[in-house]
Design a protein around this ligand. Structure first.
Ligand code: GLU
Length: 298
């Protein structure tokens, strides 16, 4: 039997909070139960948001939590070549275009569409408006000339074309279970529109980096929060286009604030380091996030 490979993949944009602790601990518990390996991947591909001091505090928090992982950790910022190769492959399929619209221009294009259609513009599963794609059909030479002249742009996936190319998609959802039959979930990547694949400050956007890294690291089991449940559709699409294997997915519950909203670093939600300083133990953290005592998980 192959050894399961798990990964915890934090973005070093802020300190870990209880939601991350739950995710890291579920990964570690599942690996302990199955004799699997645990990898940590620092998702610092967006240079404008990642901070080395957060990487240090994240790794300290993981050590304190007793999450053991293999070293060295993979840092996305060190693997731009891997993402460029994947982008080339998608481009060779005719699925990538340069989009030059600024945020203001995107908002104006959407407002114009809404006025024309008399109804709201469609939104993605996270609630963000779909990209209006007014520049999808710009001739390649013209787009290359604009890029050559230094006009900032992102690379986007031509979603309709990609979906037509691969046909129906699904993923296997295993929830908390390690060896159950799993449930086949229908993947609807089109709901996300023309997603960004790479941008001005990042050699790859999240969706592209995550599928490339999971495959290169041999990840068999993706354990992460339900906030990324619908994003899995985009991941299955990119895996299929790039000829990468599909891992097993385990989306876990989220820890919410007192007002019912998902914890967020930017709103300063219960940081682990602060809890630790206030004298909390790992057993306390497990209790707060609703996990059984460590001894009963092995
Ligand atoms: N880097 C992502 C985050 O911190 C997690 C990505 C994943 O687990 O697929 O939310």
């Amino acid at each position: 039997m192959t050894v399961p490979v798990f990964r915890f993949a934090p973005s070093p944009n802020g300190p870990l909070h209880l939601g991350h602790a739950l995710s890291a601990l579920i990964n570690a518990d599942m690996a302990a139960r199955s004799g699997g390996r645990v990898l940590v991947r620092i998702e610092d591909v967006d240079a404008t948001r990642a901070r080395p001091e957060y990487e240090r505090s994240i790794l300290d928090d993981l050590d304190w939590l007793g999450v053991r992982y293999e070293k060295p950790v993979r840092r996305q910022s060190e693997h731009a070549d891997d993402y460029a190769a994947a982008l080339d492959r998608l481009a060779a399929l005719g699925l990538v275009y340069r989009s030059f619209l600024s945020r203001t221009e995107i908002a104006a294009a959407i407002a114009a569409e809404e006025a024309r259609n008399g109804g709201p513009w469609p939104r993605d599963p996270d609630g963000a408006p779909l990209y209006p794609a007014v520049d999808r059909d710009r001739p390649d030479e013209e787009a290359a000339a604009l890029a050559g002249a230094g006009r900032p742009h992102a690379l986007r996936l031509d979603m309709m074309k990609a979906v037509q190319l691969v046909g129906p998609l699904s993923w296997q959802e295993f929830g908390d279970s390690l060896d159950g039959p799993g449930e086949t979930m229908t993947a609807d990547p089109a709901a996300w529109g023309d997603v960004v694949l790479a941008g001005k400050f990042a050699p790859a956007a999240y969706h592209l980096a995550v599928v490339v890294d999971d495959a290169l690291q041999g990840v068999t089991d993706v354990v992460r929060g339900r906030d990324l449940y619908f994003a899995t559709a985009v991941h299955r699409l990119l895996q299929t286009l790039l000829g990468l294997p599909a891992p097993r997915y385990h989306h876990h519950r989220l820890i919410v604030d007192i007002d019912g909203r998902k914890l967020s670093k930017s709103r300063g939600s219960a940081g682990l380091a602060a809890l630790r300083k206030s004298g909390a133990t790992v057993a306390d953290v497990r209790h707060i996030v609703g996990l059984p005592d460590r001894n009963s998980t092995q």
